[in-house]
Design a protein around this ligand. Structure first.
Ligand SMILES: Nc1ncnc2c1ncn2[C@@H]1O[C@H](COP(=O)(O)OP(=O)(O)OP(=O)(O)O)[C@@H](O)[C@H]1O
Length: 459
């Protein structure tokens, strides 16, 4: 019969006629039914096969009516599989027994002799419960696996310089607390890496780490993105949706580029942080939020406060502890280590036979001022590994790195607008280590417009 419920049932009872009746009836409705008259064989069955539901008689010794054996077997089953779904069978159904059975971990209860329809309903519900608890468990396992994979990716914090030691010490000290942390540093200095390290050190490690790039969230979608919305709250709200605050609940919320928020949005964010509550757009039910907040920016927030561009009260709310990530040029002694690290990574990724770094190359890398910091170094080495067909990386493999001219460019008489534009685009791309979003923002043009220019000038 194809419409049987996919569920494996084990019935344990010492009365053969109960077993036979149960087997004949249940086999018509469930995909697998095994019967066992001897309770001593329960551990054997559970170890050698898997069952979704176990029906367990309460009394085995002739004449016994106190259900003692049944409770002992119930606890043994739950010891073997704490998630087991056990339905107790008894001829002596009294309320006290039922309550005690449920307290001790049984899922439900059937009375002997049973009515087939009732038994079928109880077992169908039990099978469904088993399926959903397993789904939840799978999801939790998957989430944990994903978190570990993400965290592992971010666990290679490289650098032994004094400024980095200070960063590690601060992360060690504040990681385990729930303190709000503000991470300051230039582009590509490892702010997100530090935020993830803080999350890993916290009691929230098995919960979500949710990262929001505030620079990429538009003014109109800010509330819906962060606080969520109800279906129909605005034209495009086709479904109910949880915002990032809710998704991060129990875990860490990482707000990147917080210096890019407009004053109006700053005050909306501040209200949520102060009240520790958010309300989905289109609803009027506030929800409590339980998040650890980590913010980051490459903007000079204190200066912005004095210019009235960033709210002081918001700054004080997010900066309980500050973490300063030093630019790479201020910790040049870490460059060889980082270069080795990325070289190993990309040798493996692109299956190069252990490309080395020439001494002169290392010197060139160390002397460069790395405006795009570690991300730029990372990309530079990846590109060099891909393009190289030698045994070592040579200084010329990095010749795209033109030091940014310190002196203003002398404007030649015949300089055209196009040449100027090309220079600006090139300069911004190098400053932002090829990060299109950031370069476009600083140039004040859209990403598409920037792509068009890159193509036009063959950059
Ligand atoms: N100390 C480090 N050791 C190894 N890799 C690092 C280190 N710091 C940063 N990285 C790598 O550099 C890249 C940029 O780091 P990350 O994204 O954390 O920087 P960020 O400061 O958040 O950048 P942005 O301001 O542009 O968002 C990532 O690939 C990261 O893994």
């Amino acid at each position: 019969m194809s419409n049987k419920i996919d569920c494996r049932i084990l019935i344990v009872d010492d009365e053969e006629d109960i077993l036979t009746a149960g087997r004949i009836f249940l086999k018509q409705h469930f995909t697998f039914v095994r019967t066992e008259p001897n309770p001593n064989k329960i551990p054997y069955h559970l170890q050698n096969d898997s069952y979704d539901v176990i029906m367990l008689d309460m009394n085995y010794t002739a004449g016994a009516t106190n259900s003692k054996e049944g409770f002992a077997w119930l606890s043994r089953i739950l010891e073997i599989d704490p998630a087991a779904i056990v339905i107790l069978i008894t001829a002596y159904g009294d309320v006290e027994l039922a309550v005690r059975a449920l307290k001790e971990g049984a899922t439900d209860f059937v009375l002997k002799p049973w009515q087939n329809e009732k038994l079928l309903a109880t077992l169908t519900a039990a099978c469904r419960l088993r399926k959903s608890t397993q789904e939840v468990k799978n999801l939790v396992d998957r989430q944990r696996g994903l978190n570990q994979a993400m965290n592992a990716h971010y666990s290679d914090f490289i650098g032994t310089s004094a400024p980095m030691q200070k960063v590690y010490q601060t992360i060690e000290k504040v990681g385990a607390t729930d303190a709000n942390v503000l991470i300051l540093g230039e582009n590509g200095t490892g702010k997100e890496l530090a935020a993830r390290a803080l999350h890993r050190k916290s009691r929230r490690v098995d919960e979500a780490f949710v990262s929001v790039d505030l620079g990429a969230v538009s003014e109109t979608l800010f509330e819906s993105e962060l606080f969520g919305h109800a279906k129909g709250a605005f034209t495009d709200a086709k479904d109910d949706r949880a915002g990032r605050f809710e998704v991060a609940s129990g875990g860490t919320l990482f707000l990147d580029e917080i210096g890019n928020l407009s004053l109006a949005l700053q005050s909306k964010l501040l209200t949520a942080l102060q009240s520790r509550q958010i309300t989905r757009l289109g609803t009027n039910k506030p929800k409590n939020i339980d998040i650890r907040l980590v913010c980051a920016t490459n903007m000079p927030l204190y200066e912005m406060v004095s210019q009235g561009r960033f709210r002081q009260d918001l700054l004080y709310r997010i900066n309980t502890v500050e973490l300063h990530l030093p630019p790479l040029r201020e910790r040049k002694e870490d460059i060889p280590l980082l270069a080795e690290h990325f070289l190993n990574l990309y040798n493996r990724k692109y299956q190069k036979s252990n490309l080395g770094l020439e001494k002169a190359t290392l010197k060139k890398l160390t002397e460069y001022h790395w405006p795009g910091n570690i991300r730029e170094l990372d990309h530079a080495i990846e590109r060099a590994v891909i393009l190289s067909d030698q045994a070592t990386l040579r200084p010329t493999d990095f010749d795209f790195m033109q030091p940014t001219p310190a002196a203003p460019i002398a404007l030649a008489e015949d300089l055209t607008l196009e040449t100027l534009e090309r220079m600006m685009v090139q300069k911004m791309l190098s400053k932002h280590a090829g990060n299109i979003t950031h370069a476009a923002r600083e140039l004040g043009i859209t990403r598409t417009a920037l792509y068009r220019r890159i193509e036009k000038y063959g950059l």
